[in-house]
Design a binder for this molecule. Structure first.
Ligand SMILES: Cc1cc2nc3c(=O)[nH]c(=O)nc-3n(C[C@H](O)[C@H](O)[C@H](O)COP(=O)(O)OP(=O)(O)OC[C@H]3O[C@@H](n4cnc5c(N)ncnc54)[C@H](O)[C@@H]3O)c2cc1C
Length: 607
């Protein structure tokens, strides 16, 4: 690893007296200036002793706006910059780069959000909005005045990706990464590729053969010299950090297990989902062979010979009911919780369309069946999915809608001389809450999706998990396939319920992210990570207990022989949990020191 210590002041740091802050307030084309009196902000902030220049401008992100800042750095001796504008997510990098172009350390910069945090939320209060903008900007000045120049953290990037799980998402990610020049190790625990698609005959919305999709993708995987497909394999260890992970795995072979290790710059998790398993007696499940889950029904349907009516388990079936939302959108106090005490309150998204797709397959193969569909809401959200719903209505499928308070019930009875033996009771919203009794031969439960059992991997890699137990991305819109652990990406249904099309798109996205990360051979990361002032560290190690990032903090020996905490900047996420418990203030996050926080708070409350 070639890395520079983050946060260490670069030579040439100006002394406190030489600090000259340039403050720039953006109008954002009226977005800010229609509410905030930008001239007043500039005037008030300009009185601060560290502020050299204070200006406002219609669009600071434009070329002339950036030029204004560059000129002040070059000609007017500005050596710290505060921009009060939109969200830092949009333009913080833009302005850091501008500083760099002017020859200034890009981290001597503070971005203050006076659009989302001021003008957009205090539209009708011009005066107090202006006051808030002044205080926030002053806090930015105080912070940047205490900012040391920082250097980005640089680590070598191994051009190799490990993908865990060879379902459709993992295979797509592997193929896409390999085509971008990366070597790929694709680790699959079972003896074949394709994951859950192997359970399906055809795929909605286009009736494509699932086998053909899996075979095509498997051919691409197997035929790509850059991909090492390792079936019957399971992860044994992960060590290291972004750019340089060491991944250990064990492959079961005819002559016993083989242990292997690879070095990889990034890891893509594509471990998929498992089906919700109804408990014994849930809507009659487990108490009669006439109640089955949708995956079980799909399998059974494959082996019925075509004809007017199907035969399941030796019994001819005429009336079939599909019940939606089994194991999804559960309600606390109504549904039985999972072993961890939580109910599955999320929508599994796929099951509505999957159930309708199966209904059509059933009716295509066995035109004599009558189908009933018992649902709370139909959520056929994808392109072409709604057609399946509409077509089902036109084919005579009878729909019954219940509310969340009135869940349907299934009453099982013995066979009654050719009459449908079982009853579904539902209070039907579509007939003004009439209590309807549906006689049926077969009940199909559209069961939801749950994450694969990957507790071991989650623990080994300290991965973030959402309240729904699926792996959690950093941000659903801004960083949708990244987790908080640097260099680890998500592909497919390990992240949440999605259909095959979405899983493939996620696999592709994860591969692109990984290849961008590794393409230059060196990874540059922001230096906002913990740093230890060893002379202050008393070796109490409380910080180690707080650290959630494996290996980011460890005890080491200082030059004078004391036990002190030491940070691995490549593993640290800069969360600050360690700094919060450090009484002697020996640990701080570079760019977010406690001194800076103190000064910002003072600035916010002192007017
Ligand atoms: C009843 C039903 C019907 C559906 N029908 C359709 C449809 O018609 N059309 C459609 O687009 N979508 C459909 N879907 C959704 C589709 O099944 C999923 O979108 C797709 O399977 C997701 O692929 P994946 O790769 O994310 O996960 P998976 O298919 O679950 O693959 C994950 C892979 O990871 C492997 N794995 C798990 N853990 C580990 C580990 N620890 N180490 C190594 N390998 C591991 C698994 O063995 C598996 O091979 C349906 C879903 C259901 C429930």
């Amino acid at each position: 690893m070639s890395e520079t210590t983050s946060g260490s002041p670069s030579p040439g740091t100006p002394s406190r007296e030489e600090i000259r802050v340039g403050v720039y307030v953006c109008h954002c084309g009226g977005n800010i200036s229609d509410v905030v009196d930008v001239a007043k902000v500039v005037e008030e902030v300009g009185r601060h002793p560290s502020v050299e220049v204070s200006k406002h401008f219609p669009f600071l992100c434009s070329d002339p706006g950036q030029q204004l800042i560059l000129e002040d750095i070059r000609r007017n001796g500005v050596n710290r910059v505060v921009v009060s504008a939109c969200s830092p997510f949009l333009h913080e990098t833009t302005f850091r780069k501008a500083l760099q172009r002017a020859g200034l350390n890009p981290y001597l910069y503070e971005h203050v959000n006076v659009r989302e945090q001021v003008s957009w939320v205090h539209k009708a209060k011009r005066e107090s909005a202006t006051e808030k903008a002044i205080r926030l900007t002053l806090a930015g000045v105080e912070k940047v005045a205490r900012q040391d120049p920082l250097e980005a953290i640089r680590v070598q990037a191994e051009p190799h990706v490990v993908v865990i799980g060879a379902g459709i998402a993992g295979m797509r990610a592997a193929v896409s990464a390999a085509r971008r020049g990366l070597r790929v190790t694709l680790i699959e625990k079972s003896d074949r590729t394709g994951g859950r698609l192997n359970e399906l005959a055809t795929l909605y919305p286009d009736n494509e053969s699932a086998r053909a999709v899996v075979d095509d993708l498997t051919q691409m995987v197997v035929g790509d010299g850059n991909i090492d497909l390792c079936l019957n394999s399971r992860l044994t260890m992960v060590d290291g950090y972004v750019g340089s992970f060491t991944v250990g795995f064990e492959t079961r072979g005819p002559e016993g297990p083989i242990l292997r290790q690879v070095r990889a710059g990034a890891i893509i998790l594509a471990t998929g989902f498992r089906h919700y398993e109804p408990f014994e007696g849930e809507l009659g499940y487990g108490q009669s062979p006439d109640v089955m889950t949708l995956p079980e029904f799909n399998r059974a349907l494959e082996s019925t010979p075509p004809g007017d009516l199907p035969t399941f388990g030796g019994r001819r079936v005429r009336h079939v009911a599909f019940v939606h939302c089994v194991g999804s959108r559960q309600i606390e106090g109504v549904h039985r919780p999972q072993p961890d005490g939580r109910v599955n309150d999320y929508c599994s998204r796929v099951c509505c369309t999957a159930a309708l797709h199966s209904i059509h397959r059933l009716m295509d193969k066995h035109p004599g069946v009558r189908v009933f569909d018992v649902y709370r809401d139909i959520r056929t959200y994808g392109r072409g999915h709604e057609d399946l719903y509409e077509k089902a209505s036109k084919r005579g499928v009878l729909f019954f809608r219940h509310t969340e308070e009135n869940q349907p019930t299934v009453e099982l009875q013995a066979s009654q001389n050719g009459h449908p033996p079982h009853r579904i009771r539902v209070r039907d919203v579509l007939t003004w809450n009439e209590e309807v009794e549906i006689p049926v031969d077969l009940v199909v439960l559209a069961t939801g999706m749950m994450p694969s059992d990957i507790g071991g991997i989650v623990q080994t890699m300290k991965l973030p998990v959402g309240s729904d137990r699926f792996l959690q991305e950093v941000h659903p819109k801004l960083r949708p396939v990244e987790v908080a652990n640097n260099g680890v990406f998500l592909a497919g249904t390990c992240q949440g319920p999605m259909d095959a099309v979405e899983a493939v798109a996620a696999g592709e996205a994860a591969a692109v992210k990984a290849s961008i990360l590794l393409s230059k051979g060196v990874i540059e990361m922001d230096p906002f990570v913990a740093r230890v002032r060893e002379e202050r560290c008393d070796g109490c190690a409380l910080c180690l207990n707080e650290c959630e990032y494996r290996g980011a903090l460890a005890m080491a020996e200082s030059a004078d022989g004391r036990k002190v905490a030491r940070v691995n900047p490549a593993l640290c996420a800069g969360c600050g949990a360690c700094a919060a418990v450090c009484e002697p203030r020996a640990i701080e996050v570079a760019g977010w020191s406690l001194d800076q926080f103190d000064a910002m708070v003072d600035a916010l409350v002192s007017r």
